[in-house]
Design a protein around this ligand. Structure first.
Ligand SMILES: [Zn+2]
Length: 375
């Protein structure tokens, strides 16, 4: 049986490319993980998600534990079978979403009690329960249960929160046990304070994980502050394990993170934007709602090989968005996910060939040109 493993095949500056091997298939890194919050990447069939080039999906523990319930998914054969996706799945721990979505939260050393944002029912999440839920779901990559303060926060609050997360990381490790073929990732905290990041990295490395996430970023600190942390944080983590930046981001955030040594990312942005009429292209963002597209027979991006750009005009995309047709979200989501995966493939190739810096210059140059001229 294939065990979980990671091999680096090339580095270029701090940027890395490699392969994570799991019993459910390989994950090429740097990897972008589309988000399948409620056991679906919204508006996409699983085969279509795979066709965009995704090797792995992310599922949300918080949403799935509340509805339809982790025990129910386990009885139905696990999350992969339930949602008809047989490749790797990473699940978050639920911690971040409890903090951002749930009501009447109460945080103690033991864990968090809260009320569901769906029906007000009372629940508890602890490191032990989070490990149990992620096991019931059948997740391939399990995340430690952690806590993360919204930024800005003072150093004292960030330090207390980080140390609680490190105690929870040990409890997560103990509860996860030995599960060949499955991985447990630790999550580094410490806000934007370098010595707290170093303390967190040291604590996690002592416990020992299959991979390490840089947590507590993309929570309102801005790109400059995020890159500031990424200038030093990835190098504090073991070189031979995957590094995951959670909840990032826009195309230029992703490129900047890979440049600084990140191997994996996830974000709702390409799918969420698709449902609100926003497309991401090599030339930047396109708002398909704008009247300028109403008579435009050209595709979103003439050089894009996705089914949306191969078969549909901007005029059609504008029309179906205005008419609130479901195909609008489907077509824009497909294009956006395809574009994100194209960025990842471009970076993997560039790193392998030692030309990441040139690739990055070209990436920014095309974006700065802005959208194609109006007809
Ligand atoms: Zn396209």
């Amino acid at each position: 049986m294939t065990r979980f493993s990671f091999s680096l095949t090339a580095t270029d500056g701090a940027a890395r490319t490699g392969v994570i091997s799991t019993p459910r298939g390989d994950i090429r890194t740097p990897a972008f993980m589309p988000v399948g919050t409620a056991a679906t990447v919204k508006a996409m069939m699983p085969d279509s998600v795979r066709a965009t080039g995704a090797d792995i999906l992310l599922g949300n523990t918080y949403h799935l534990m509340l509805r339809p319930g982790a025990e129910r998914i386990a009885r139905l054969g696990g999350l992969h079978k339930f949602m008809n996706w047989d490749r790797p799945i990473l699940t978050d721990s639920g911690g971040f979403q409890v903090m951002s979505l749930a009501e009447l939260r109460k945080l103690t050393e033991k864990g968090v009690t809260f009320r569901s944002h769906i029906d007000g029912s009372k629940h508890e999440l602890t490191p032990e329960r989070s490990m149990e839920i992620q096991k019931l779901l059948g997740s391939d990559i399990v995340m430690c249960f952690d806590e993360c303060p919204a930024l800005p926060a003072d150093d004292k609050r960030v330090a207390e929160s980080m140390r609680l997360s490190m105690r929870w990381a040990q409890r997560s490790r103990d509860a996860f046990g030995d599960r060949p073929g499955h991985a447990l990732f630790g999550i580094m905290q410490g806000g934007v304070t370098e010595h707290l990041r170093a303390e967190s990295a040291e604590a996690l490395t002592v416990i020992g994980f299959d991979g390490y996430a840089v947590g507590g970023l993309a929570v309102g600190e801005g790109q400059e502050a995020m890159f500031g942390v990424l200038d030093y944080a990835p190098a504090m983590l073991p070189t031979d394990k995957p590094r995951y930046l959670m909840g990032v981001g826009k195309p230029d955030d992703i490129v900047g993170a890979v440049k600084r040594g990140i191997d994996m990312m996830d974000c709702v942005l390409p799918s969420r934007s698709g449902r609100t009429g926003q497309a991401w292209t090599r030339r930047g963002q396109v708002n398909i709602k704008n009247a300028r597209h109403a008579d435009d027979p050209r595709p979103l991006d003439e050089d894009c090989s996705c089914p949306t750009c191969q078969g549909y005009s901007r005029a059609y995309l504008h029309h179906v968005f205005r008419a609130q047709e479901m195909i609008s979200g489907m077509l824009l989501t497909w294009h956006n996910l395809h574009y994100y995966q194209e960025i990842m493939q471009g970076m993997r190739d560039a790193i392998a060939q030692g030309r990441f810096a040139d690739w990055e210059v070209d990436f920014h140059r095309q974006r700065e040109m802005g959208d194609i001229e109006k007809l």
